[in-house]
Design a protein around this ligand. Sequence first.
Ligand code: GLC
Ligand code: GLC
Length: 817
Amino acid sequence: MKYGYFDDRNREYVITQPDTPLPWINYLGCQAYFGIISNTAGGYSFYRDARLRRLTRYRYNNAPFDLGGRYVYLRDTESGQFWSPSWQPTRREFENYSCRHGMGYTVISSTANGIEAHTRYFVPLDENLEVWQLTVTNRRQTKARISAFSSIEFCLWDAQDDATNFQRNFSTGQVEVEEGVIYHKTEYRERRDHFAYFACSEPLAGFDTQRDAFLGRYRGWDSPAAVEAGQLTNSIAHGWAPIGAHQVTLDLKPGETRQIVFLLGYHENPVNQKFDPPGSQTINKALVKPTIAKYLDPLEADAAFERLRQYWDGLLGIFQVNTPDIHTNRMVNIWNAYQCMATFNMSRSASFYESGIGRGLGFRDSNQDLLGFVHMAPARARERILDLAATQLPTGGAYHQYQPLTKRGNNDIGGGFNDDPHWLIVGVAAYLKETGDWGILDEPVPFENEPGSEQPLYEHLRRSFQYTLDRLGPHGLPLIGRADWNDCLNLNCFSDTPGQSFQTTTSKDGKVAESVFIAGLFVLAAKELAAIAARRNLNADAKQCLAEAAKMARVVYEHGWDGEWFVRAYDDFGKPIGSKVCDEGKIFIESQGICIMAGIGLQDGKASQALESVNKHLATRHGIVLQQPAYSKYYLHLGEISSYPPGYKENAGIFCHNNPWIIIAETMVGNGDRAFDYYTRINPSAREKIGHLHRCEPYVFAQMIAGKDAPTHGEAKNSWLTGTAAWTYYAATQWIMGIRAEYDGLRIDPVIPAKWKGFTVTRRFRGNTYLIEVKNPKGKQRGVKRLLVDGKDIATNLLPVCPSPPEPIQVEAVLEG
Ligand code: GLC
Ligand code: GLC
């Protein structure tokens, strides 16, 4: 069953039924001001940091699910009936409803009682505000008198404190109302230089800023007393819960349309210009007023929306494909690329499943996210890399996370996740391949943000590499530390106390448990570092990296090969995990994916054999599960992985993030049919038709799909903020389509289903535009031997970097097997 449809031409997903199985969300904003918005206008906004600069309040895990948002109410003056055109929170019956989630905007439309309403929500580029453009049309035969109300609930900035510290917070709230603009200034009197504002383009019939005055006693957002009465009360909040609500009266002739613009924004004043007049306690509004005036003008709002559209045209235009598969096309051309930008902006902080309170930017997560967006936003990728590297420790280790507002490592989580450092090499390698900006390696970057400790970025990569060599275990494999990529395989934790964090509890000295996964990642990263060093003529470094990579690969052969697949790890007792000798968890996906991506086993058939084992033991029709057999009970020495019921999350769920590792591995052994088949199994667009089972948004990847051991096999969870976005994008574009950025140019090496007759790609790369046509007349899966570039045969499948010609470069590639 479907709950909507793709409108690919407009790059929108159109939801046609408001009660989707879960709130289906979208993101507003792409630079500093952000929001999440659901298909019923639920969600919240923040400036840069979802925890520390939360603008509006949201109640997670509510019943019904999705409450707190950007709600509008319409009230018919004559009948007294009122409703929200976004369906929530009033949930009245509609004559029609649609929600169009597009690139950085959402339009929610409905008709009720003959009154049609559209609300377009978006964040203009380069501004710290969001625009709601509400248009109301009278579809009745008679004239209508309608009151329109806006509403938002302010959060008192720190979302965590806001949800817990009531003894203080009920007494701090403050607002000002001036010329119809509601200014939220809680704590502005003391240490904050920032405030929020909520403005309306039309003359007001009333406003409210105190929640109780608006809602009334014992009422919720579904039946605000002031809306029901048809008159806001002009309340001024002192403490309690400051809100913003405007009332506008519309007299509409039959067929008449009126537009109201609402703005919700954030502004910071210079410390010495906070108050006007100076010495008073009144907000200085002089600096923000021009911005408010500008966007309250509907023509300016329209122009800003047009600029946003062009911005996305530009970003998405960098890589466009036309393959025989519509699901591939729309994910690569639109939604997967868009999701990659969301994961870049949000990391794992704010989604319907991430509260925006819990996590900062993950070190490994953000480095992997780079793979998916670096071609769209190279300058911002550069900045992100330098920020991440600046939190690295002098030992080469890394803080697991940092807060975007302070850009400092989070002490409460600390470091010791022994795979983290290598992801920096992977991220930098991706950046160099895309941009050729070798200068980044010379950028001075501190350790632990300590001024004076700066070393060139290249030295950070060297320390990442050395970090593992300094931490080898009894078999010569890397010690796992707190956990490697799989945060739930906690081999040094041994936690038996409820509520302890599996991530930070360590009861063992960490000198025994080893990770084959990190071994594979080390080999992969060391080869990249060797390639980087070689291109900088650091030949001794390059040699050392290759030698250590080869040595580690031998250790993997010796202690990490189980006969039919790669072992996953060794536990604190020195016993293997992910081996046929285990009772449960005999085979894991991660070590198969990473070792093959690192090139281990490609020469002697072990890679193919491991992939056969994956196919046999782990593949399901909904994707590839993380391990088998699932852990049926809690194992003290394995940790969180065995805390989940079988089939969920890391305990044999389809953890989509590493499905693309297997997809890439399949392309590396030349199996295009299988790579594409695996890709399709988790492709949300291809799963749209089973929406009742999948339940999450059909336009973005989810972190997890319940595995075959779960009663809900096929049900997705944790959509949007997942490494799956970057990895599937990377797997589809660079490995299946095979349009691959390399240090010295663009490789054209597709590994596709035999039944594809060909496909075309437009790719902008290092200043050039390539129009690439791949032909597959003989039904092969791989094998471009030559390229025709503007009609000339160049006898290689690598497009060298060349000065930008004014015209696009025509490239033709023929698969010959
Ligand atoms: C989550 C984490 C990521 C981890 C993965 C597997 O997605 O963000 O860091 O690698 O889970 O446990
Ligand atoms: C939990 C999740 C895992 C995530 C980790 C980090 O352990 O299962 O996916 O990476 O939390 O917060």
